[in-house]
Design a protein around this ligand. Sequence first.
Ligand SMILES: Nc1nc2c(ncn2[C@@H]2O[C@H](COP(=O)(O)OP(=O)(O)OP(=O)(O)O)[C@@H](O)[C@H]2O)c(=O)[nH]1
Ligand SMILES: [Mg+2]
Ligand SMILES: [Zn+2]
Length: 361
Amino acid sequence: MNRAKRNARAIAAPNLPAVPMSNRRLSDQQRGRIKQRQNARATRARDASHDPQPQQAESLGAERHGRVICRYGNSADIRSDDGEIVRCVSRQNLGALVCGDRVVWQASGGEDGVVVAVLARKTLLSRPDAGRQQKAVAANIDQIVIVATGEPLPGRQLIDRYVLTAESIGITPVIVINKTDLLGSQANTGLTKHLQAYRDIGYRVLLTSVKVEHGLDDLRQQLNDRTSILVGQSGVGKSSLVQALLPHEDVRVGALSKAQRGRHTTTTSALYQLPSGGQLIDSPGVRDFGVWHIEAERIAHGFIEFRPFLGTCKFSNCTHSMEPGCSLLEAVAAGQVDRHRLQSYQLIMEAVKEETKDIFS
Ligand SMILES: Nc1nc2c(ncn2[C@@H]2O[C@H](COP(=O)(O)OP(=O)(O)OP(=O)(O)O)[C@@H](O)[C@H]2O)c(=O)[nH]1
Ligand SMILES: [Mg+2]
Ligand SMILES: [Zn+2]
């Protein structure tokens, strides 16, 4: 496939136009850096003991930085820091690339490139797949946007699992309730009450509707200048939100799904460039989000409002379910901790016990 076609396909094509290499203007600093690398490579090439394949390395273009916008098996589309989108294969020794990875790549002649290095990941969101293997979802994200719908009321279990996962990798989550156009006024009141617990903890909760274009400016602002990922069940409107924020993109990266009655369902994570400078990753919907990989002691810490009470129960191995002298039960009775959140914690602990029992038995 040629590059023009590939860009037209617009898998996460950014708003920046693709810049042909020959038109690129390099700053003196960039030129200096490239020269330095070329000198280093030339030195390596003279000393074959440092580089067993100097000829092959020499045939590649200069090293450039970029970000993985979409991964396909062993290859990936990389958005170069200057806006160009290039399909690259990955050197085998690098391991699997993940959407959001920051990489070093080199043009390999023609239109394609080779990823030669992956920069250390600042964060990595992963989840257990059906086979209980950790599956990487996205790398280098600063914000997890949990998307749910208002009716039926969003399941606390799934939201709390996402909140816990985000906190366990040091990221503050944001909750977005989409499709508010479908809510009657009664449902709206119920929803507001339902979500108050999260606002009380300090989490941002946004209400949006793609259909009537409600709340999109708030969401846009929330996404400014950082890398965010939209997560949540299938059909809640994640891709529709991306499309609403980027009307000139073709966001339908997923295949038409028979199971979803002809609706497009996202099958792989993809990163989009927002006009504000932020980057947004759309991810495939999930039915459940396993958390058994998070150590049991860290689960309570993932409920951030529990933290002041942890370690203050009468029994050091308190399960916070019925023990006398449990600080968390007392906090619930005193209205300092939401009882649904404690219930959610208990259900997660039980589920984790069951899930790990299955694995190790
Ligand atoms: N009424 C209404 N429908 C919406 C809204 N947002 C999305 N939809 C519809 O909900 C359906 C699912 O939307 P998608 O954006 O594909 O959902 P998704 O979360 O990306 O789903 P997966 O890719 O399967 O995870 C589509 O038919 C959308 O048109 C909204 O705000 N209001
Ligand atoms: Mg989708
Ligand atoms: Zn306790």
